[in-house]
Design a protein around this ligand. Structure first.
Ligand code: ATP
Ligand code: MG
Length: 416
């Protein structure tokens, strides 16, 4: 019996992978316009990094992490998200010494033990960005504008931006207490998870997918009514900068995040097209995280998007690359000539295919068709003798006679 892959771990095959490449290339291009540089950090870190940053009472740390003890008795975890590792590296490598403002982006696989379904997998991929060192709300607005710019570049009108503020260590405890009191009165209507979370993380009840909890929390107090002056001013300034730059958004005061480190501005890019997997990208400010991890007292803000979900939004679009030219050859000597021309043209940057197995001309042409080659060239005894061949445009069937040499072929391939 053949060995299968692990449940929730996917292969990304040719035909689909071109979409991923386009997403990644667009992210690099757009993020670099805004001054971000790529950082690559390991996919495995010490388990304590995640429990300390993401928070012990979060779903991720409570039940979703791929943690194990390695052969040296070290507790390690496959990263469930990117921020913790990037901040660990930022602190360890003292990146703030190089520049007081650090803008980084990353892309790669993340791992969470969740129930696999459309848009939710156990190995999934994120592209994320982080800015360290800026408290001014203009950076919050800029990060959001960059994210919207990215989706525009992909030609997507979904997802749309929702923002909220979760307050700070000064005002959030007050909100938490008010929310907890509200939830206590509706304890009977809440699911088991929310009843349990009421003590450790009551905000999660606002985000619970169980319908009863949605009804029970409908009139729950709003975090936005509990912000301290500093947080209120910060949030107003973020909105003002989005308004003046005509960046569309809506305020969702029920939005909470599944990670403990968020403060003040939080946001999600949501879509109605992916069922309950509605969040395509999410993030926020994390002003206490770097210090919490033993680093300098510096503020941060960032986001991560789920590449699988972005790819689902792009579905239906064909990105498969087609050959520029398929050379069909008849006979051994013609095969050699086809190989020589292919190599020269590939050196010039053209995508060229041929048949390696000496198949019939008819079967070679079938393959050229199947691959969707833009042009075909047949080389047989006559063509070898005259040094001339017919280049055929597959779109309209038009043909042109050309010398069997790299430069006239290259000119013909590139002019249409
Ligand atoms: P959700 O509410 O869908 O569980 P989340 O709040 O856990 O998302 P984050 O931890 O903020 O998500 O991660 C950012 C993004 O990564 C999400 O918006 C989503 O697009 C993507 N993502 C998160 N978990 C998964 C997963 N298991 N499979 C695929 N994509 C995921
Ligand atoms: Mg989740």
């Amino acid at each position: 019996m053949a060995i299968t892959g692990i449940k929730g771990f996917n292969d990304i095959l040719p035909g689909e992978v071109e979409k991923w490449q386009r997403i990644e290339a667009t992210a690099r291009r757009v993020f670099e316009i805004y001054g971000f540089s790529e950082i690559r950090v390991p996919i495995m870190e010490k388990t304590e990094l995640f429990s300390r940053s993401i928070g012990d009472a979060t779903d991720i740390v409570e039940k979703e992490m791929y943690s194990f003890t390695d052969k040296g008795e070290n507790r390690v975890t496959l990263r469930p998200e990117g921020t913790a590792g990037v901040m660990r590296s930022f602190i360890e490598q003292k990146l703030h010494v190089l520049d007081p403002v650090t803008k980084l982006y990353y892309m790669g696989p993340m791992f969470r033990y969740e129930r696999p379904q459309k848009g939710r997998y156990r190995q999934f991929h994120q592209i994320g960005a982080e800015v360290v060192g800026v408290t001014n709300p203009r950076i919050d607005a800029q990060v959001l504008i960059m994210l919207c710019h990215f989706f525009q570049e992909l030609g997507l009108t979904e997802p749309t931006l929702q923002i909220n503020s979760l307050g700070c260590p000064e005002c959030r405890p007050l909100y938490r207490a008010a929310l907890k009191e509200y939830l206590e009165q509706r304890r009977e209507e809440l699911c088991d998870d929310c009843r349990r979370r009421m003590e450790t993380n009551p905000l999660r009840a606002l985000d619970c997918k169980v319908p009863g909890c949605g009804v029970a929390t409908k009139d729950a107090p709003s975090v936005l009514d509990h912000l301290c002056q500093g947080c209120d001013d910060h949030f107003a300034a973020v909105r003002r900068h989005l308004d003046v730059t005509k960046t569309p958004y809506s305020v969702n005061h029920r939005m909470v995040r599944g990670l403990d480190y968020y403060t003040r501005t939080t946001f999600e890019l949501v879509t109605g097209l992916l069922g309950s997997q509605s969040a395509v990208a999410a993030g926020g400010r994390y002003d206490g995280l770097i210090e919490e991890l033993g680093g300098p007292k510096l503020p941060g803000i960032g986001f991560a998007m789920g590449v699988e979900r972005v790819a689902l939004l792009l579905s239906g679009e064909g990105f498969a690359r087609v050959p520029d030219l398929f050379i069909a050859a008849h006979g051994e000597a013609a095969g050699d000539e086809a190989f020589r021309l292919m190599t020269l043209l590939q050196g010039e940057g053209f995508r060229v295919e041929l048949d390696y197995e000496g198949k019939s001309l008819k079967s070679q042409m079938r393959r050229a068709d199947k691959l969707g080659a833009r042009f075909t060239l047949i080389i047989g005894e006559d063509e070898l003798a005259t040094g001339q061949g017919m280049l055929k445009a597959m779109a309209d069937g038009s043909q042109v006679a050309l010398p069997l040499a790299a430069s006239p072929l290259a000119a013909a391939l590139s002019c249409s």
